[in-house]
Design a protein around this ligand. Structure first.
Ligand code: ADP
Ligand code: ASP
Ligand code: MG
Length: 471
C-alpha cells in the first residue's frame, strides 16, 4: 500500500562496499516501499574509495602519477563487480559501465592537471573526491532498478546549494529547499527512488563542493529537512549509537534512545557513527531520526527523541574519545593585567583554520589551556609566539607550550549534571584504574563532562566508564 509518507535513507561506505552489502541495501530499500510512498536514498562512495581518491590527488600534487592507473583500475573493478553481481539487465549494465569509465577518465585527467600545477587546491580536491559518490549512486540505482523498483541516480550538485568553503561547505537552506523540491518531487510522484550522492554539493555558480569527511550523514539531514521527510534513517555497520567506540571497547552496547543534545554532544566528541552537523537541520524541521545496522536490519538501533530524561540506562549514557590531540598552554604571571589575551589567543588559533574542542582556564588567570589536534601543534605554537612576541620579550607571558599526545574523553548523559555523585563516581573509578587525568571541563551544553587523559590511557578510560553505564 502506497502513501505520502517520505523516508530518507542514507547508506554509508560500509554499507555499499561489496556485492553482499549492496544486496542487503537493495533488500532494505525495496522492503520499505510498502511503508513509505516516497523514498529517497542518499549514498556514500564505496568503502575506501574516498581515501584512495584523496591519496591519489595528493600524490599527483607531489608529481607522483605512477599509481594513478592502479587506482583507476581498482575503481573500475570494484564498481563493475557489484554491477555484474546484482544487475541482470545487460543494457543497463553496459550503460552504467560507460558512466563509470567516463568518471574514471575524469579522475585521471583531474589528477594529471594537479600534477602539472604541482598543487591540489581545496576546490580541485573536492572535484576529485566527488567522483567516489558519483560512481557509487549509479551502481546503486541500477541495482535497485534491477530488483524491480524504478530508481534514478541524482547528483546532489543539483540539489544542495552551499557557500564556497571547499572541503567543509555550509548549505543555504532556502536555495537548497527550492532546488531539492523542484528536482526530486517529480521523480517521487512517479514512484521513482532517487539515489542521491551524499557528501557533495555545489556553490551558487555550480562548482562542486563537499560537506567535510563523513558528510553524507549531513546530506541526508539537509535533504530530509528540505523535502521535508517524515523520517531520516542512517544505515551503517553497527546497531545504532553504542555506549562507546566498539573499535576500542568491544563490550559497547546499543543505546535505544538519545535526546538531541546528547546525540549532538556524542557526534561532536568523536562518535564517528554520525557527522556532527547532521542533527541541526533535522531538529529544526522536527524530523525523526534513526540509526540502524544494514547487516542487522531487524535491530531497532537508536532513535532520536525530543524529551530528555527518559533514560533507559541510568544517567551516564555513553562515553567517547577524541584521540590525537594535545593540550596547549599559554602561561605567565603578567597575563593577569593584559587585556584581551584570551581573545587574541583564540583568534590566532582560528586564523590557522583549527577548531578548539575544549578549553580550561585556571581561575588565577595565569594560564590558558586548550586542546588542539596534535598535527597542528607546531604550527599553532609558532603562530602564538608571533602574536605575543612583545609579551614574551616583556615576560608578561613566560611560556607557550604543547603537551604530549593526549585524548579527550567525554561522558554524556542529560541527567548527569543534576545528579549528585556522578562525576565523583567517574573520577574515583578512573583513579582506581590508574588513569591519569590532565584536565577537566564541563560541557557548556550541560549534558557532558570532558576530561583529558594521556594517550596511553584511552582504552582503560573508555572501558572503565563504559562499565559504569547501567543496562
Ligand atoms: P559509514 O560508512 O556507514 O558512514 P562510519 O565508519 O562513518 O560508517 O561510522 C560507523 C563506525 O563508527 C562504526 O563502524 C564504529 O566503529 C564507529 N563508532 C565510533 N564510535 C561509535 C559509537 N559510539 N557508536 C557506534 N559506532 C561508533
Ligand atoms: N565518502 C565520504 C567520506 O568518506 C563521505 C561519507 O562517507 O560520509 O568521508
Ligand atoms: Mg560515516
Amino acid at each position: 500500500m502506497s502513501n505520502d509518507k517520505t523516508l530518507v535513507m542514507k547508506f554509508g561506505g560500509t554499507s555499499v562496499g561489496s556485492s553482499e552489502a549492496m544486496s542487503q541495501v537493495v533488500k532494505i530499500v525495496t522492503g520499505e516501499r510498502a511503508n513509505f510512498g516516497r523514498i529517497v536514498v542518499v549514498a556514500s562512495a564505496f568503502s575506501g574509495v574516498t581515501d584512495l581518491l584523496l591519496k591519489s590527488a595528493s600524490q599527483a600534487a607531489q608529481g607522483e602519477t605512477q599509481a594513478l592507473q592502479t587506482a583507476a583500475n581498482t575503481f573500475v573493478e570494484r564498481h563493475y563487480a557489484v554491477l555484474n553481481a546484482l544487475v541482470k539487465n545487460h543494457a543497463l549494465v553496459e550503460t552504467v559501465k560507460q558512466d563509470i569509465n567516463q568518471l574514471v577518465f575524469q579522475f585521471i585527467n583531474l589528477c594529471q592537471a594537479i600534477s602539472i600545477l604541482g598543487e591540489a587546491s581545496p576546490r580541485a580536491l573536492d572535484a576529485v573526491v566527488s567522483i567516489g559518490e558519483r560512481m557509487s549512486v549509479r551502481v546503486i540505482a541500477a541495482a535497485i532498478e534491477s530488483a524491480g523498483s524504478p530508481a534514478q541516480a541524482v547528483e546532489a550538485t543539483r540539489l544542495i546549494v552551499t557557500d564556497s568553503d571547499y572541503q567543509s561547505a555550509h548549505p543555504d537552506m532556502a536555495a537548497t529547499t527550492e532546488q531539492t523540491r523542484r528536482v526530486l518531487n517529480p521523480l517521487l510522484k512517479e514512484g521513482i527512488v532517487p539515489v542521491v550522492t551524499g557528501f557533495i554539493a555545489a556553490n551558487p555558480q555550480g562548482v562542486t563542493t563537499t560537506l567535510g569527511r563523513g558528510g553524507s550523514d549531513y546530506s541526508a539531514g539537509i535533504l530530509g529537512a528540505a523535502l521535508p521527510a517524515d523520517e531520516v534513517w542512517i544505515w551503517s555497520d553497527v546497531d545504532g549509537i553504542l555506549t562507546t567506540d566498539p573499535r576500542i571497547v568491544p563490550e559497547a552496547r546499543s543505546i535505544p534512545e538519545l535526546s538531541y543534545r546528547e546525540i549532538s554532544e556524542l557526534a561532536f566528541y568523536g562518535a564517528k557513527v554520525l557527522h556532527p552537523m547532521t542533527i541541526r537541520p533535522v531538529i529544526e524541521a522536527g524530523i525523526s531520526l534513526r540509526l540502524c545496522n544494514t547487516f542487522n536490519p531487524e535491530h531497532p538501533g537508536t532513535r532520536l527523541v525530543k524529551a530528555e530524561g527518559k533514560s533507559n540506562n541510568g544517567v551516564i549514557k555513553a562515553v567517547t574519545a577524541v584521540q590525537k590531540i594535545c593540550m596547549l598552554t599559554v602561561e605567565g604571571r603578567g597575563m593577569l593585567g593584559v587585556p584581551g589575551v584570551a581573545a587574541r589567543i583564540f583568534s590566532t588559533v582560528a586564523k590557522t583554520g583549527t577548531s578548539v574542542p575544549l578549553i580550561t582556564q585556571a581561575s588565577s588567570e595565569q594560564s590558558v589551556c586548550f586542546a588542539i589536534p596534535i598535527v597542528a601543534s607546531d604550527m599553532i605554537v609558532n603562530a602564538l609566539e608571533k602574536t605575543f612576541a612583545q609579551e614574551l620579550v616583556n615576560r608578561d607571558i613566560d611560556r607557550i607550550w604543547a603537551s604530549e599526545e593526549a585524548t579527550i574523553i567525554t561522558v554524556v548523559g542529560a541527567g548527569m549534571i543534576k545528579t549528585p555523585g556522578v562525576a565523583g563516581r567517574v573520577f574515583s573509578a578512573l583513579g582506581n584504574a590508574g588513569v591519569n587525568i590532565v584536565a577537566i571541563a564541563q560541557g557548556s551544553s550541560e549534558v557532558s563532562i570532558s576530561l583529558v587523559t594521556d594517550a596511553a590511557s584511552t582504552r582503560t578510560a573508555l572501558s572503565v566508564i563504559n562499565s559504569l553505564i547501567e543496562q
